[in-house]
Write a protein that binds this ligand. Structure first.
Ligand code: ADP
Ligand code: MG
Length: 246
């Protein structure tokens, strides 16, 4: 009996441990970063370019560790999946809102085209927001300032199952054929500050495993990338709708 109790406690604490560890790593990093900034601003270093470059290099490595901690934390969080009826349009709007800083800074034009504003998916709301957010952020990062992101939503049938298809089309760098099948490998990244965990953590663990979704990628170097996400469409009875509408 006692053994059982101990095991339950340990399972519950895995997520807390990860969160605690992330905090413990980030705190000293913040201290280091602040210290480096103070040293860099001292007059004595202002005219010494090699010192400034060295200090910028240290800041850069600290940012990389910070990014890695964020993605690992996301990965180790215990997943509580609650699937429910959710309006796809609202999910996309929320994700766009979460990435508004990047959209603004890079002056990205976003076009949202939706076949029917009342399309509902049967998914976990916050996990799906994370999925969209990651795809949108990858698109923003791949584009030059002034780029175009097109998001198209429609209802489709795949192997007799109804899905909501969401296409994210960017006119960014595109992906070389030779590396297209590597982008789902953990830690594969082409970015200086990337972690290579976004697609693995979000797509494999959250979209496919937790929410019965699918993903397809088409890409052409220097032309752009199209990501198709399929979420299971909500189907239910009229009277059921009212009680669980969001
Ligand atoms: P990260 O963004 O940290 O590099 P991801 O797992 O999110 O990790 O993506 C892995 C790699 O896939 C990226 O480094 C990039 O090379 C490629 N990639 C993903 N999305 C796009 C996109 N929209 N356009 C071009 N390349 C992309
Ligand atoms: Mg990413």
């Amino acid at each position: 009996l006692e053994n059982n109790l101990v095991r339950v406690d340990r399972l519950a604490s895995v997520g807390q441990f990860a969160a605690g560890l992330a905090h413990e790593i980030r705190n000293p990093l913040t201290g280091l970063k602040t210290g480096i900034q103070v040293i860099k601003n001292r007059e004595i270093h202002q005219n010494d370019q090699s010192n400034v470059e060295l200090l910028d290099g240290l800041t850069y490595e600290i940012d990389r560790i910070n990014n890695l901690v964020s993605d690992l934390l996301d990965f180790s969080k215990p997943k509580l999946t609650v699937r429910e009826k959710v309006k796809v349009k609202e999910l996309i709007k929320k994700s766009l809102d979460l990435s508004k800083d990047g959209i603004k800074t890079k002056n990205i034009a976003v076009a949202l085209e939706i076949d029917d504003a009342t399309l509902y998916a049967y998914v976990d709301k916050s996990q799906t927001e994370q999925i969209f957010l990651n795809i949108i952020n990858n698109a923003i990062e791949a584009m030059e300032p002034g780029g175009h992101l097109k998001i198209k939503v429609k209802s489709v049938i795949l192997e007799k199952i109804p899905y909501i298809q969401i296409n994210f089309k960017d006119n960014g760098s595109g992906i070389e054929d030779a590396i297209l099948d590597k982008i789902f490998d953990p830690f594969f990244t082409t970015k200086a500050k990337g972690t290579g965990l976004g697609l693995v953590v979000v797509v494999v663990s959250k979209l496919v495993e937790e929410n019965n979704g699918k993903i397809e990628i088409e890409s052409k170097l220097s032309v752009g990338t199209k990501i198709k996400v399929y979420l299971p469409e909500y189907w239910g009875f009229e009277n059921e709708d009212k009680s669980i509408d969001h």
